[in-house]
Design a protein around this ligand. Sequence first.
Ligand code: ADP
Length: 204
Amino acid sequence: MRSFSSSSQPDLLPQVLKFKLPSGECKLVLQRGDITKWKIDGESDAIVNAANELMMGGGGVDGAIHRAAGGELLRACRDLPSHGGVRCGVGMAVETPGFQLPVRRIIHTVGPVYDKEVKDDCASYLASAYRNSIKLAREKGVKYIAFPAISCGIYGYPLDDAAKISLNTIKENSEGFSEIHFVLFEPSAWQTWVDLAKLNFEQD
Ligand code: ADP
């Protein structure tokens, strides 16, 4: 039987990297994996859902979060104020409990559908989605928050641009948090965020 040295096994490469953010206390943590499994303490933690305006569930990370949180999440979403069916506008954020997820809260935000003809508008909506999620989480006393790569799946945002916008926005809004995580599902997203973070921040 063939044996492999540990260095030849990609699975053993580090899947969690920690960086210092320039503002001080808060750390940036990048990790590979499934955000529905993420938790810190079940009290001061929250994950962010890349939802859609109707908030009635969907595919991608939204579908995974609804499946893992259970049916109570859909009922809670249905009870949120709706304006013509819209429960969370693009770039906005709303909160629900985590229900069966291991975290206390879910912050739902809606990223833009990428359109290169109006890419500046898309960039400002994506920055708003991050900023408003962080702001709402801070108001709720969240200290540890985990983001997926908002808009980078079905909504088609180019990874390089999305990573830049997300890391810039986080860098400028990290006050009050202990750790801000990105949980990256796809190898390409993981690699993009890692490369950019290594260029901009000191590893911890
Ligand atoms: P959007 O509609 O905002 O593009 P998607 O859910 O389609 O949202 O994709 C956003 C990102 O979330 C993509 O990079 C996708 O690979 C990733 N993703 C999908 N499932 C999970 C999961 N369980 N945990 C973390 N990220 C996920």
